[in-house]
Design a protein around this ligand. Structure first.
Ligand code: GDP
Ligand code: ZN
Length: 377
């Protein structure tokens, strides 16, 4: 396995990328079969690698290839000296990696990788699987980044900035009260998930503060679209076990407005994390953020969560106004009834979507949400 035999195929062990194994009901199936949802290349990326066991995969030591996020990921690496690691955190030019054995390394990035980089602000992102060359004192050089799937990113000045890579699911945390439930925010975040081709899970926390029955109609609307909805209480422990099963063996991102209980929830799910919980100020009903950078945290039961304390909902928002309709699953089923192919479903006559709302087939609140998002609000 020398560097010179460039086209040599090398059999190597990869740990499979993990996606949620327990689809609790048929509700989530739609996500996987909807042909509009995922293009071929991404479907391949997200489907290869299911399950918890490892498998053999052939790696061709070949020239640089470019993955879906525009990153050149495949310079040759000498697998006799390199190891596979997962990026837990990125601080400037240094990345903290963890091997599958749980050993931490502090790594710089190979110059060639930076040169190959065209679109990225950082070549290496939290969540990346990378090949690195270990050096003394648990330091090393990252030689190659594996192709990504489930990327949450935003674009700034025309460049895509990857926030986290290889995410299996986006846990949209919201609270039933204090602060009040904001379905519009759920809709926004759902779109981010759809765009990133990440499985969303709607998690409504603080269920101890309301009567669950009051939330059933809303949960029903999302459930019908195939989105899992879980009512939890971090304070009382309600459905924490269900959530824990949901995140085991996956790489999950928790997102949502501050104060909804993300830290409390993570602490309840993985008590060893010990994240700081901010007291909600009674004036503003907003919690304060207590840490500043994203990191991947290993769960004792298997899997990782991404702790993104500073991530507010709109930072995930990176969808063009014209794209919004594509990411509204419920709306999409009616567009074929629109008279105009470029119908925006707002002011046009003979609009299949507006008809569906008028006939009660599409939820009026969702439609309102669509109109706001399509108007850039
Ligand atoms: P974050 O900003 O989303 O991380 O929210 P925190 O975890 O800091 O929680 C904000 C506030 O909500 C804290 O005062 C928590 O004690 C409170 N809180 C969190 N979960 C629950 C819950 O399930 N029920 C109730 N009643 N309060 C909760
Ligand atoms: Zn229309």
């Amino acid at each position: 396995m020398s560097d010179k035999r460039k086209k040599e195929k090398i059999r190597t062990e990869f740990r499979k990328n993990r996606t949620p194994r327990r689809r609790q009901s048929d509700l989530t199936r739609e996500y996987h079969v909807d042909p509009d949802q995922q293009d071929e290349s991404v479907r391949k990326e997200s489907v290869t690698g299911k399950g918890a066991q490892t498998r053999k995969r052939t790696v061709v030591g070949d020239a640089a290839a470019v993955d879906e996020t525009g990153l050149a990921v495949h310079p040759d690496v000498d697998l006799t000296v390199c190891q596979l690691g997962r990026v837990l955190a990125v601080h400037g030019l240094t990345s903290t990696l963890e091997t599958d054995e749980g050993i931490l390394y502090s790594c710089a990035t190979r110059r060639l990788l930076k040169t190959l980089m065209t679109e990225q602000r950082h070549v290496v992102a939290v969540g990346d699987r990378v090949w690195f060359r270990p050096q003394q004192d648990n330091s090393g050089i990252i030689e190659r980044v594996e192709p990504r799937y489930g990327v949450l990113s935003r674009t700034s000045r025309g460049r895509q900035h990857v926030i986290v890579a290889n995410i299996d699911q986006l846990i949209i945390v919201t609270s039933a009260a204090e602060p009040n439930l904001k379905p519009h925010l759920i809709d926004r975040l759902l779109i981010s998930a759809e765009k990133g081709r990440v499985q969303p899970v709607i998690c409504i926390n603080k269920i101890d503060l309301v009567a669950a029955a009051d939330l059933q109609p809303l949960a029903g609307v999302y459930g019908q679209m195939g989105y899992p909805v879980i009512f939890v209480s971090a304070a009382c422990g309600t459905n924490i076990e269900t959530m824990r099963r949901r995140i085991t063996d996956c790489q999950s991102v928790f997102t949502g407005q501050s104060g909804v209980g993300k830290s409390s929830l993570l602490n309840a799910l993985a008590p060893d994390l010990d994240l700081r919980v901010a007291a909600v100020s009674s004036n503003t009903q907003k919690g304060r953020h207590t840490t500043t950078h994203s990191q991947l945290i290993r769960l004792a039961g298997g899997g990782y969560v991404v702790d993104t304390p500073g991530m507010r909902q709109f930072e995930l928002w990176d969808v063009d106004r014209n794209e919004v309709a594509n990411f509204f699953r419920d709306l999409r089923s009616y567009v074929h009834n629109c008279r105009f192919p470029n119908c925006t479903h707002t002011h046009e006559l003979d609009c299949g979507v507006k008809d569906a709302v008028a006939d009660g087939h599409m939820d009026a609140r969702r439609y309102e949400s669509y109109c706001q998002l399509a108007a850039g609000e």
